[in-house]
Design a protein around this ligand. Structure first.
Ligand SMILES: C/C=C/C(=O)SCCNC(=O)CCNC(=O)[C@H](O)C(C)(C)COP(=O)(O)OP(=O)(O)OC[C@H]1O[C@@H](n2cnc3c(N)ncnc32)[C@H](O)[C@@H]1OP(=O)(O)O
Length: 486
C-alpha cells in the first residue's frame, strides 16, 4: 500500500530490452534496490526483493519503485502482460511495513496511507494488461491485498506458502481494499472467516476457496537448492499463464460450481446478508467480550461496501484503518508481535560453527524426537542405536511424526520423504568422523553413558551434547574426553 507516486499523463518512452532496468521515468538515474524487472518475450517479469531484510514489505521505497516500474511497463507498448514475483526465498510480501504504520502520529495520517494503497491497487486491478501474481512463501496482509488486485494468481504448494490477512491480530484491518475484494472473491462467510481469524491459509486450501487460480508443485534440490529451483520454475509457469491469458487460451473467469452459484444467489438476498452480519457480530462479541475493536470494524467495512456501494466501503475501510491504528489495543498487539519476533532470535548470536551433520546416540523417545526436529531443519542426522528393534522404533517415530503432518496437509508426502532422506539409522559408528556434533541420548544409566562416550571418543573428535546434562550433572560424569562435553 500506501505512499505511491503514480505518474499521470503521458510518460517518456523507454525502449525496454532484455535486461533488468534500473532507470526511472525521469531523466535522473536512480538505482532501484527493491524492485527490478526484465522483459521476457512480451512479458514483463517484475521482481521484488527488499535488500537487507528477510521478508518483503510494502515499505515506502518499495512502493515508490513499484509505482515507477508499473508506469514504465504500462507505457511500453511491447509488453503484453506482467508477472509479479518475489526473489526472496519463502516470502512473497509479508504485508505493509508495520514500522511505517507505527511511525504515523495521527489517524488521518494512517487513513491517507490506506487511501494511497487503495488507489494503487485500483490501478493494478484496472491494468490494461493482465498481471499474474506468482506466489511462493508468505503472502500476508497488504501482500495478499496486492495479489488480490492482480488479474491472476499462481501459488506454489510449498509449505512456506501461506496466504492470509493477519491484520486483525495487530488490532488492524485489511486496509488496502481487502475488506472490499475478499467478499466478492470468496463469498461473505469465507471472507469473514479469513479476516476475523487472521489465520494462515495454505495454497491448496486457497485454491479451493477461489483465492488462487493455479497451483505449482515445489521442486526438490538439484544443482541449485530447492527454494531457488522452485522460484525459477514458478516464474516459468507464471510467464506461460501470462501469455496464455493474452492469447485467450487461459480464461480469467473461474467456472463456478453449483454450491458457489447457490451461495452467490443467497448472498444477493438482503435478509440473508443481514442474518450473516448478525451471526458474525454475535460470535465476535462472545469471543472477544467486546474488548477488541478491530473485528467489529471489519464487519462494518464489509457491510458498508455491500450495502452502500464500493465508494462507501473503501472510505469506511480507510477511515477505520486510521482509527484502529491509534487505539491502545492495536499498539499493544503490535508490541506483542514485536516481542514474538524478538523471541525468535538466538540470544547467543550466530553459532561459531554451523552444524550440518549431526549424530544422535540412542533412538529412544528422546533421541528420535531430537532427530525429528533436526532433520526438519535440513540437518543430516545419523541416528545410532545398539539394537535393530530400538532403531526401527525410533525411525518409525520420526516417520509417524511427519506423516501426521501429511495427514493434516501441513506438508506434502514429497516433503515428508525429502525430509526423511536426511535421516540415516545405523548400529555402528560409521560416518561419525564427519559429523559436526554428537548428541548423547542413551538410557539414564551412568555406565552406559561412559561406555558410549568412550566409543565416540575413538571415532569422532567433535562436540558432544548430553541431552540429559541438567539431570546427570550431579552424578559428575568424569570427562576424560579431549573435546568439549557441552
Ligand atoms: C493494510 C495492510 C496492513 C498490513 O499488511 S499490516 C501487516 C500484516 N502482516 C503481518 O502481520 C505479517 C507479520 N510477519 C509475520 O508474520 C512473519 O514475519 C512472517 C510469517 C512474514 C515471517 O516469519 P519469519 O520467517 O519467522 O520471520 P520473522 O523473524 O518473523 O521476521 C523477519 C523480519 O521481518 C520483519 N517483518 C516481518 N513482517 C513485517 C512487516 N509486515 N513489517 C515490518 N517488518 C516485518 C520482522 O520484524 C523481522 O525483522 P528483524 O529481522 O529486523 O527482526
Amino acid at each position: 500500500m500506501f505512499t505511491l507516486w503514480f505518474v499521470t499523463g503521458s510518460l517518456p518512452f523507454f525502449p525496454i530490452g532484455h535486461a533488468s532496468r534500473n532507470f526511472t521515468v525521469s531523466s535522473a538515474v536512480l538505482v532501484r534496490s527493491h524492485v527490478s524487472y526484465e522483459v521476457k518475450d512480451d512479458v514483463a517479469v517484475i521482481r521484488i526483493n527488499n535488500p537487507d531484510s528477510k521478508v518483503n514489505t510494502l515499505s515506502i521505497p518499495m512502493q515508490r519503485e513499484m509505482a515507477e516500474v508499473m508506469n514504465e511497463v504500462w507505457a511500453n507498448g511491447a509488453v503484453k502482460s506482467v508477472v509479479l514475483i518475489s526473489s526472496k526465498p519463502g516470502c512473497f510480501i509479508a504485508g505493509a511495513d508495520i514500522n511505517m504504520i507505527q511511525a504515523c502520529r495521527s489517524a488521518e495520517e494512517v487513513t491517507a496511507l490506506s487511501q494511497e494503497g487503495q488507489k494503487m491497487f485500483e490501478k493494478i486491478e484496472k491494468s490494461p494488461i493482465p498481471i499474474v501474481a506468482a506466489i511462493n512463501g508468505s503472502c500476508l496482509g497488504g501482500g495478499l491485498e496486492f495479489a488480490l488486485a492482480c488479474q491472476y494468481r499462481v501459488a506454489t504448494k510449498s509449505r512456506k506458502t501461506v496466504l492470509g490477512t493477519p491484520e486483525v491480530m495487530l488490532g488492524l484491518l485489511p486496509g488496502a481494499g481487502g475488506t472490499q475484494r475478499l467478499p466478492k472473491m470468496v463469498g461473505l462467510p469465507s471472507a469473514f472467516d479469513v479476516m476475523l481469524t487472521g489465520r494462515n491459509i495454505r495454497a491448496d486450501k486457497a485454491k479451493k476457496m477461489g483465492l488462487v487460480h493455479q497451483l505449482v508443485d515445489p521442486l526438490g534440490p538439484g544443482l541449485k537448492d530447492s527454494d531457488v529451483r522452485t522460484v525459477e520454475y514458478l516464474e516459468e509457469v507464471a510467464v506461460g499463464f501470462a501469455k496464455g491469458i493474452v492469447n485467450k487460451s487461459i480464461p480469467l473467469t473461474k467456472r463456478k460450481g453449483i454450491m458457489q452459484k447457490l451461495q452467490d444467489y443467497a448472498m444477493g438476498i438482503p435478509f440473508v446478508r443481514q442474518q450473516i452480519y448478525k451471526t458474525v457480530t454475535k460470535r465476535v462479541m462472545n469471543q472477544t467480550k467486546g474488548l477488541y475493536p478491530a473485528p467489529l470494524k471489519i464487519i462494518e467495512c464489509v457491510k458498508a461496501g455491500l450495502e452502500k456501494g464500493s465508494e462507501a466501503g473503501y472510505l469506511e475501510e480507510s477511515q477505520n484503518f486510521g482509527k484502529l491504528a491509534m487505539t491502545p489495543e492495536s499498539k499493544a498487539l503490535v508490541g506483542l508481535y514485536q516481542g514474538q519476533v524478538a523471541c525468535k532470535k538466538n540470544r547467543f548470536g550466530t553459532p561459531e560453527r554451523e552444524v550440518k551433520n549431526l549424530a544422535i546416540l540412542g533412538a529412544g523417545l528422546m533421541g528420535a524426537g531430537i532427530a525429528q526436529v533436526t532433520v526438519d531443519k535440513g540437518v543430516n542426522v545419523i541416528l545410532k542405536d545398539t539394537a535393530t528393534e530400538g532403531l526401527s522404533r525410533g525411525q518409525d517415530q520420526v516417520y509417524k511424526g511427519f506423516n501426521a503432518k501429511v495427514k493434516k496437509k501441513s506438508i506434502t508426502s514429497f516433503e515428508r520423504d525429502t525430509t526423511m532422506s536426511c535421516l540415516t539409522g545405523q548400529l555402528d559408528y560409521s560416518g561419525f568422523e564427519r559429523v559436526d556434533m554428537v548428541i548423547e541420548a542413551v538410557f539414564e544409566d551412568l555406565s552406559i553413558k561412559h561406555k558410549v562416550l568412550k566409543e565416540v571418543e575413538a571415532v569422532s573428535r567433535t562436540h558432544v551434547y548430553d541431552q540429559s546434562l541438567p539431570q546427570i550433572r550431579p552424578l559428575k560424569i568424569p570427562l576424560p574426553l579431549p573435546w568439549p562435553l557441552a
